[in-house]
Design a protein. Structure first.
Length: 292
């Protein structure tokens, strides 16, 4: 209504400003950045500004409609960030519960296994399997915080369920990186989520999907490497990965939000990110200075 009124009265610059503002607000509203109730409040404010412009016959008052929208866009951005943090906390809590449940099972079975080893003879296959079983959990606990251990373990179990071979090589504890726990969970989670999706898609072609994830610190630089199986990627997909134009390899209308989040965290800590996509292997390499 405001745009139509401004065009009718030949205030074209104001019309363009209102149009840009309206499109931004509509897009943001569809993304669900803030609750629907906020939209109702904004609508009332907009009607008030339109009424003030109409009854005072001052077209410039219509520009006041822009300020509430800008404020709501800003609030919506913070709301979205807080929502992402809450979701990460909930997700991490579930991961830690899964890890603790596994540890309880391990402790419950420990006496039985210890008795079998103490009084049994031979059974080399059993001993080898038992050692591997305990080593699988031990690699997540070694020097890692509960949060990171839970995250790594959850992807280990997820890979098992999906039939994906996931190997970790954690030479230096990820928990020691100069990132907050929220950023670490987000970084690791998005990297492994993308790798898992690609490996599962590759597995659907009848081949074994593999993921290799490593972390080490060298000369004051943290180095994360994730290598995974993938179906050959299109050139346009490769060109847009880790940019604002990135598109999800899932197809459809999905956006590559995960890759954007990875890049944002790396840039925030003055790190570098490189990747290669050669034939059926995708390799991501991240370097972050050890500066807190």
């Amino acid at each position: 209504m405001a745009i139509t009124s401004m065009v009718w009265t030949h205030h074209y610059i104001i019309s363009v400003l209102l149009l840009v503002c309206a499109i931004s607000h509509f897009y943001t509203y569809l993304q669900g950045y803030y609750p629907p109730s906020w939209g109702k409040v904004l609508a009332v404010l907009q009607i008030c500004w339109l009424a003030a412009s109409y009854f005072t016959n001052e077209a410039l008052l219509t520009l006041g409609m822009i300020f509430p929208v800008v404020a709501f866009l800003y609030i919506g951005k913070n709301q979205r960030k807080q929502q992402e943090q809450n979701e990460a906390i909930i997700r991490n809590h579930e991961q830690q519960l899964a890890l603790m449940d596994e540890l309880r099972k391990q402790r419950h079975d420990f006496k039985a296994h210890a008795t079998a080893l103490m009084y049994g003879t031979g059974h080399d296959d059993y001993k080898t399997e038992l050692q591997k079983h305990f080593a699988d959990v031990d690699q997540f606990l070694k020097n890692e915080s509960n949060i990171i251990a839970g995250t790594l373990y959850s992807y280990h179990k997820k890979a098992e369920q999906q039939g994906i071979k996931l190997d970790y090589n954690i030479q230096h504890a990820i928990s020691g990186m100069p990132l907050s726990e929220y950023e670490l969970v987000s970084l690791i989670g998005n990297i492994l989520d993308n790798a898992m999706d690609a490996a599962c898609e590759y597995k659907d072609t009848g081949k074994q999907g593999n993921i290799f994830f490593s972390c080490r610190k060298q000369s004051g630089i943290w180095i994360l490497v994730c290598q995974n199986s993938t179906v050959p990627l299109q050139n346009e997909t490769i060109e847009c990965i880790f940019t604002k134009r990135s598109q999800s390899t899932k197809g459809g209308t999905h956006e590559g939000i995960g890759t954007q989040q990875i890049m944002n965290i790396v840039k925030k800590h003055d790190g570098t990110l490189d990747f290669t996509a050669i034939d059926e292997t995708f390799t991501l390499k991240i370097k972050i200075p050890d500066v807190k």
